[in-house]
Design a protein around this ligand. Sequence first.
Ligand code: SER
Length: 884
Amino acid sequence: MRSTQIRSTFLDFFTSRGHHQVASSPLVPDDPTLLLANAGMNQFKPYFLGETNPPFPRATSIQKCARTSDIDNVGRTNRHATFFEMMGNFSFGDYFKEEACAFAWELLTEGYGLEKDKLWITVFENDDEAERIWRRIGVPASRIQRLGMEDNYWSMGVPGPCGPCSEINYDRGPAFGKDGGPAVDGERYVEIWNLVFMQFQRGKGDKKGNFPILGPLARTGVDTGLGLDRLAAILQDVPNVCTTDLLLPTLHAVQDLAGREAPAEGEEKVSFQVVTEHARSIAYLIADGVLPAKDGRGYVLRRLMRRAVRHARLLGIEGPVLPAVTASVISNLQAVWPELSSQAALIEQVVTAEEESFGRTLAQGTRLLDAAIARTRESRSAALPGETAFELADTYGFPLELTVEAAHDAGLTVDEDRFAALLDEQKKRAKAGGKAKTAEALRKLDTYRELSATLPRTDFLGYEHLDAEATITGLLSGGTVVTSADEGSEIELVLDRSPFYAEAGGQIGDTGTLTLTDSTRLQITDTRYGLEGFRVHSARVLEGDVRTGMSGEARVDAARRAGLMRSHSATHILHAVVMTILGAHARQQGSLVEPDRLRFDFAHFAALTPDQLTTIEQAVNGHVLDDPAVRAWYADRVEAEAAGAIALFGEKYGETVRIVDIGNFSRELCGGTHVAHGSQVGAFRLLSESSIGSNLRRVEALTGHGTLRHQDTERRLLGELAAQLGIRPAQALDTLRKRLTALADAQAELARLRTADLRTQAQALAGTVRPVGSGRLLVQKIADVSPDELRQLASQVLNHLSPGPAVVILALEHESKALLAAAITTDLLDHGPAAQLIARAAGTVGGGGGGKGALASAGGRHPQHIDQALTEATEDAIHLLGSR
Ligand code: SER
């Protein structure tokens, strides 16, 4: 059965049993505790925790998942992957174990036609009920096994819902491993479907993976995950996840590059599979907006790319590998996952650039490594120091495994313990900073959960109204619930209805006032979501005491909000313009919407030229002047996407989405507040463009009053400039150019005169030399020259005195310092350089000097000792000339 049919069979089965079909959420989750989407239930976490009411009691989805915990197993086992599609069915407080098991059994045996006696079941060690259910379904006791926390208890790995689970495993036969069921051999009895019975809420775990159970879930339910790769391998009767129709074309692409077939066993097989499997993860991650970076999810991507490149090199593929293999992923899977084709250009650009830069890293690291290996050998040590391996990894991004391999080839080992210790120290340092903050944030989060479970949802009125009657339904101080707060305190509050927009989609939160009585007033300093859908207002009590239950008038700062609306609409217009001018890959990657000011990040692989920037600015202003209508409407998600609305990476949208249209050129899913007509944006002005990471650009811009203020400042500046020049602003540039030319001419003339003057001075000075022995000597204090000119003068005077022997020593007081210059004819050099001749004098003025040959200069802090120094220099010169 082809994978397309496997997917549709799954979805048809569950939708016909009352499950609402939900699209996969992006790989970048809307959950600060989670790096990447790792299970189908991620997007439903708020339903299980009771933070939000589910709009339907049953759901089904095919979720894109990324997990790197098994990265080292890729290629070594038949079943592990870092990216997979997980088909799931979910119940939120609806059905539980009985139906979950029955559904799964029916679909596997009838829908997919798997042989019943090849299916083995595991249940959690004390879950008698699950075992009874499977027995009733007809599974013999001999094919049901009990396993502990490690295997049969599931959580996301971070705080959230969890529960015991029951896994369905398929026996692939003796060729795949030992007898004895899934408890004995996970390769032969491959886990295909995990049924989690969600019952509890877990807290933060310790290092060993133990975590506290915080209590029962608000809504118990079912979360299941059937791995598409694994089921496809069974139904297509192929040995592993790289040989199903999902990945076979990519494996072929790798074989084409390597010029040979992948072997069935051994290290080479591993490398073929690593490149194949990682290519898919790389393509999907980039398509969902992840770009390579030093940390976080960007690092996960970078690591996958580097591993893929390294394994390609091990296979002897020397040229670029990632562009071709990701292209095969795109062409094979784009029909099901259209984000792959819409982001194809970006994927190609990113993998090409990253592979090139990794090539440079490898070259640089190899040079350093070779030097370190040579040093280690010289010192007759058997191990390369951990410090070297750490520096290579940390500073140059050179992977430890490569260092180990290269050391091994040279007959050396690497001090890996020291490496691990250094890495640990570095991590601890980084963590110490964040820890205190995290504890407080987690405490607050718990309080928000507690409040949001009991309080009704805040009614948001801010699209139409800037003020409203509102009642305080919850108060928080220092992260805990209180019932009252005194004058002067900083608190957070929840309202039953609110005109304040809570920060989302880049638009910062509203501020304003809450007036409860004539003598009780609060200033609202920010509005945010504490949890999804749960609005929290930060406030300062300006006057009076505040209690839960008090009502009054909530009023948004209207001028500030107007500035926010201008910037938000301008951001949409800019997004549309950038994608038109630069290409469809240039999608929004982040934004900050502030009053009359915005920041906009987008994917692009080169700096924008001044011409492009001008074109973009003009196009935005053109749209603004056309005064397009701005319209917000609601639709279900599928409808909205069919209508071409742009959804942003990392944003979470419910089933019903809000769509904002501007004219006929911009359509985005957006919950933000907007102007009613494009012209209200006012003048748009680009301020700057810069790089904020590989393939990531940032522009900053002004709108409305921001642009006007900026223009005002510029106009004033130009006015002052013109006033200084004594002309009208319009003539400023012309006049300035002329004056700069005149200035340059004058400076050139001055330099010419100075040179002539120096020449005359040198001639005059040469006339005052006195004979000493067979040579001549001039020692003189000079004024009104620069330090440079002093040296020039010394050597010009000496020129008059050649052939020698002759000595010229000049001194100058300059900016409270003493400066000495000495020039000697070359025939004196065998007695030492000129610097030596004035060494004593330089000491006397409190300094030192240098210069190698016949010309030296020195400086010191004591100009009052110049005469003394010159006397000493004269003595030394006479001694030198006399000694000849
Ligand atoms: N959440 C469970 C898993 O990922 C079942 O979907 O295995």
